[in-house]
Design a protein around this ligand. Structure first.
Ligand code: PLP
Length: 396
């Protein structure tokens, strides 16, 4: 370093580069740098064509490490890592569709995905219509001449309705359409949509990949060809994940399989206990033999894992539902799911801005429906907490 510099300049340049050997750290450092120096105009051109890192929005080593891991887990060729699950969904739809195109979407998907199509993309002439994806003939009938893609989740929130992804992808292929699957609730530990013919798999990484209720992110995994089609929208919408979150997601993902396995096994135990509780009217979880799609779940999902989301129905009495929430001692009422600690939510309240009261009732989201996101506690403690809180329904 030039020692004749003045202090204002020294403050900017001294101590800005690592001088010792830093080869092969056991975990990658966080690359906060927004820009990387290029040698000359030729080098800039090389970097700008993707030859090397030069600007953080276009590419960042921490995002690329995370993308490589997700591609590997999902059996995809490439992954775009986004700032949220909604950013991943918006990038996918905006990247694949244009004015005049139509999306056929499962009626049982995340409410904000529906809101994105109805309230935003409709303004750009992208049409959407909704079908019951458990009724495959009606899905096929609803395909229009301008339909470009079929969109679904694997396990729908909150009633745990399952979409047969292989059958849906086969319908899409027959009609030359793409199949886009939001696999947030299953994760690659339970199910891999690309293996059975889907074209794009999306995650809200905020849920199980993050797993600790402290990160927000999303991902899009697909073939090289589709990722390159989506890259323009991804770069220009500017919804890339920041390096620090990408690093933290990478760390959380190391324990994904352990967490998801334990959370899924706990869910099956909790679902069984709730099904045997006389105060509970109905339990929704694909592990239960009386779940209408138990057989499909056994065929589709990794052995013994059926998702960690459960819903159950008690008396339609919101005052007592609130009493139940108040009585819970370890379990919290949270507006998310997929965290390491068990949480509950009240779907009729969560979806009240998207649907009218009548529509919610028609969808089965009555006041007595409670959703559980099962965590990794000892299952007896989860069951014990739910059971003592259910005492508010003992006299119904
Ligand atoms: N997809 C599903 C299935 C979700 O449940 C959510 C959020 O709850 C999202 C996408 C959106 O994810 P994010 O909140 O990370 O934008």
């Amino acid at each position: 370093m030039n020692t004749t510099l003045n202090m204002d300049t020294e403050l900017l340049y001294c101590g800005n580069h690592v001088s010792g050997t830093t080869d092969c750290p056991d975990t990658p450092p966080v690359y906060y740098a927004t820009a990387y120096a290029v040698k000359d105009t030729v080098d800039y051109d090389f970097a700008n064509r993707g030859g090397k890192y030069f600007y953080s929005r276009t590419a960042n080593p921490n995002r690329d490490c995370l993308g490589e891991l997700i591609s590997c887990l999902e059996h995809g060729e490439g992954t775009l890592v986004c700032s949220s699950g909604m950013a991943a969904i918006a990038t996918t739809l905006l990247g694949l569709l244009k004015t005049g195109d139509h999306v056929l979407i499962n009626q049982a998907v995340y409410g904000e995905t529906i809101a994105l199509l109805n309230d935003v993309l409709s303004r750009y002439g992208i049409e959407a219509s909704y079908a019951d994806f458990t009724d495959l003939p009606s899905v096929e009938q609803d395909i229009r001449s301008n339909t470009k893609l079929l969109y679904t989740e694997v396990i729908a929130n909150p009633l745990t309705v399952i979409a047969d992804i292989e059958a849906i992808a086969a319908i899409a292929k027959r009609h030359g359409l793409l199949t886009v699957v939001d696999s947030t609730f299953t994760t690659p530990c339970v199910f891999r949509p690309l293996d059975v013919g889907a074209d794009v798999v999306i995650h809200s990484l905020t849920k199980y990949f993050g797993g600790h209720s402290d990160l927000t992110g999303g991902s899009i995994t697909a073939s090289k060809e589709l990722v390159s089609r989506l890259t323009t929208a991804y770069l220009l919408l500017g919804c890339c994940l920041d390096p620090n979150s990408a690093w933290l997601f990478g760390r959380s993902a190391r324990t994904l399989a352990m967490r998801v396995r334990k959370q899924n096994e706990n869910a099956a135990a909790v679902a069984k206990a709730l099904a045997e509780d006389p105060r509970v009217i109905q339990v929704y979880h694909p592990s239960l033999p009386d779940h209408p799609q138990h057989g499909l779940a056994q065929r589709m999902f990794a052995k013994g894992l059926y998702g960690a989301m459960i819903s159950f129905r008690v008396a339609d009495d919101v005052r007592r539902v609130d009493g139940f929430m108040h009585r819970l001692s370890i379990i919290q009422y949270l507006g998310t799911l997929g965290g390491i600690r068990t949480s509950v939510t009240h779907p009729a309240t969560a979806f009240q801005n998207e649907f009218s009261k009548e529509k919610l009732r028609e969808m089965g989201l009555t006041e007595g429906l409670i959703r559980i996101s099962t965590g990794a506690e000892d299952p007896d403690d989860i069951i014990g907490d739910l059971s003592q809180a259910l005492d508010v329904f003992s006299n119904s």
